[in-house]
Structures are given as structure tokens and as C-alpha cells.
Design a protein around this ligand. Structure first.
Ligand SMILES: NC(=O)c1ccc[n+]([C@@H]2O[C@H](COP(=O)([O-])OP(=O)(O)OC[C@H]3O[C@@H](n4cnc5c(N)ncnc54)[C@H](O)[C@@H]3O)[C@@H](O)[C@H]2O)c1
Length: 309
């Protein structure tokens, strides 16, 4: 498989998964815009240089790359980075949205700023980059968009902001596939699991210990989280989805980790109750009867109230 002649833009490519993806795309022949302003893990502060360092690595291996220190959460900056890719390499064939940060708090401690910052970088960041990229890709009649969600999109403790953003990215990915498919542009998302500063540091490990001790997570989950392999295991599926061979994979959500790549089911309505007679308006009593019996038969609350003595 070769990506020779393709122009790629990878956000958050100075570290972690984005870096591994940028290196892999370049190794397979793509020219890469390495986007990373070097943000702190919580999105505060910046540190010089991660984008330049990755560009130097790519060039040292004989590849072609440009560094870009613009932030994805700025609409105009996203336009500039897409233009940089077009001006520098002649097209925008592949966009990989890896930029990310975390602010973990339970909902009652989650400040408005923590909410806004995470939604802005992840959800709006994906919109910003994909919006500007889509204009070029639609004209080109080709393109590959690979978004980064998280298994947390299904709901996650202490990460309401992050899970909501990642759920939004799942919905965005599926919508982009429908809107852009006819123009030869595919859109897929990855839910990765890999050791990066986002997932493995002292703060995270201590938090996991507390969750284990309080029974919020199992020993198996704790072991999996604290022995995670590196981000290089995520890059191959991204590189494959970026290739011409993956032209008919569109709108799907993948899980990726060392030794396992999975694909999520399509969301479907699994059970319904009906009322066609009269005005179709369910009464409270009808629902009180039909919901436990039919609509929710066999259902178990995943988070029941604690019993008080
Ligand atoms: N590592 C995992 O196991 C895991 C799990 C689920 C989801 N993810 C997702 O994968 C993606 C990559 O995460 P990672 O683990 O490599 O994290 P990381 O912290 O190692 O790297 C993220 C990079 O994004 C950059 N960034 C942050 N804010 C930015 C902004 N506004 N504009 C541009 N760049 C910005 C940072 O500077 C950093 O270099 C993220 O979207 C993350 O949510 C990771």
C-alpha cells in the first residue's frame, strides 16, 4: 500500500497517537502537515516544539512534512492549516483529527470552563478542521477524514464533558459520511486505547486506584488501563483507512488497541411499543403497564441507587 503523492494533515501530531499516525502516513509516502501548538494535558499553556520535532523525525527518515503550531479550536486557524496543506502539497487528501485534552471532574464539580474547553477542542475542533477540509475535498472529489472518538462516548464516569464531545464526534462522523460520500470523501472514527500522557500519568493511575478501591471499575479494567501498550498500535488502522483501498468504508466507528481492532454495531431501535388507536397519546397508566412489561422487559439499571438501611 502506498500513500505516495497524498497530502495529509494530522492534528495533535506532536505527541501520542497523532505523532504515531503522522510518522506512519509519512512512512507510507504521504506528505504531512504536523499540527500541534504543544498544549498542556488539560489544554492550558503551550510548550514550544513538538510539531517541529516530529517534522524533523519525518524528514530524517526521508519524508516530507511541514510544522504548524495553530490550535484546532480556532475556526480561522483551522482554515489556515488546511490552506497550508493545500499550498504546501497541492491538495488535502487525508485529515486525521487527533488533537485532544482532558479535564476530568464529576458533573457536580465540572465548571463551565472545564465543559467549554473540552467541547471546544474536541467537538468544535473536529468541526473546524473538517468544515474547512470538506470544501477542498468536495472539489477534489476525493478525501479521507479520520476522527478520534473514544470508547468513553458510550458514557464514562468523571468525564461527562469528554464523553459528550466524543459522542458528538461519533454522530459527526456518521453525518459526514452521508453528506460527503457521493463526493468520494469517506469519514470514519477511531476509539483508541494506548499509553500516552493523556491516559497514563501519576494522576490518572491514582484516580484509577481510587475507582478500583471503591468498586467503580473491575481489577481487569484497572490492569488493562495501567498496562497499556503504546500509540504505534493505533497508526496502522488509520493509515489503512486513509488509503485508496478503504474507499468503501464510510461512517464506521472502530476500536483500536494492540492486537485488537473492532468495529461498533450500527445503532438501531431494539424494542418499541405502539398505540395507534385514538390520538396515539400514551396515558401515564398505559406506560406504567407497558414500559416494564414490553418496552424494557429484562432491563437492568446499570447504576442503581445505593440502598440505605
Ligand atoms: N490514548 C488513549 O488511550 C485514548 C483513548 C481514547 C481517545 N483518545 C483520543 O485520541 C486522541 C489523541 O490522544 P493522545 O492520547 O495521543 O493524547 P496526547 O495528549 O498524547 O496528544 C494530544 C495532542 O493534542 C494536542 N492538542 C491539544 N489541544 C490542541 C489544540 N487546541 N489544537 C491542536 N492540538 C492540540 C496536544 O498538544 C497534544 O500534543 C485524542 O482525541 C484523545 O481524546 C485517546
Amino acid at each position: 500500500m502506498s500513500l505516495k503523492g497524498k497530502a495529509a494533515l494530522v492534528t495533535g501530531a506532536g505527541r501520542g497517537i497523532g505523532r504515531a499516525v503522522a510518522l506512519s502516513l509519512a512512512e507510507h509516502g504521504a506528505s504531512v502537515v504536523v499540527v500541534d501548538p504543544g498544549m498542556g494535558r488539560d489544554g492550558r499553556g503551550t510548550e514550544d516544539g513538538p510539531a517541529e520535532e516530529v517534522v524533523a523525525e519525518i524528514r530524517a527518515a526521508g519524508g516530507d512534512a511541514i510544522a504548524c503550531a495553530l490550535p484546532v479550536d480556532d475556526y480561522n486557524a483551522a482554515a489556515e492549516m488546511i490552506q497550508l496543506c493545500k499550498d504546501g502539497f497541492g491538495s488535502v487528501d487525508i485529515v486525521v483529527n487527533c488533537a485532544g485534552m482532558l479535564r476530568e471532574r464529576m458533573i457536580w464539580n465540572l465548571s463551565e470552563d472545564d465543559w467549554d474547553a473540552v467541547i471546544r477542542v474536541h467537538l468544535k475542533g473536529h468541526y473546524n478542521v473538517n468544515h474547512h477540509a470538506s470544501k477542498v475535498m468536495r472539489e477534489q472529489k476525493s478525501g479521507r477524514i479520520i476522527n478520534f472518538s473514544s470508547d468513553a462516548w458510550r458514557g464514562s464516569v468523571g468525564q461527562i464533558n469528554y464523553a459528550a464531545a466524543k459522542g458528538g464526534i461519533v454522530s459527526m462522523t456518521r453525518g459526514l459520511a452521508l453528506e460527503l460520500g457521493k463526493y468520494g470523501v469517506t469519514s470514519n472514527a477511531i476509539c483508541p486505547m494506548a499509553a500516552t500522557r493523556m491516559t497514563l500519568n501519576d494522576g490518572v493511575i491514582n484516580g484509577m486506584k481510587k475507582r478500583l478501591e471503591s468498586g467503580m471499575i473491575s481489577q481487569a479494567r484497572f490492569d488493562a488501563m495501567t498496562n497499556m501498550p503504546g500509540p504505534e498500535y493505533i497508526a496502522p488502522i488509520v493509515t489503512y483507512l486513509a488509503s485508496d483501498q478503504a474507499q468503501d468504508i464510510n461512517g464506521r466507528i472502530f476500536h483500536a488497541e494492540k492486537g485488537r481492532i473492532g468495529v461498533y454495531s450500527e445503532p438501531v431501535e431494539i424494542q418499541s411499543i405502539y398505540k395507534y388507536e385514538g390520538d396515539g397519546l400514551f396515558s401515564f397508566d398505559e406506560l406504567a403497564d407497558a414500559v416494564p412489561k414490553s418496552l424494557m422487559g429484562g432491563y437492568v439499571n446499570p447504576s442503581p441507587a445505593e440502598k440505605t438501611e
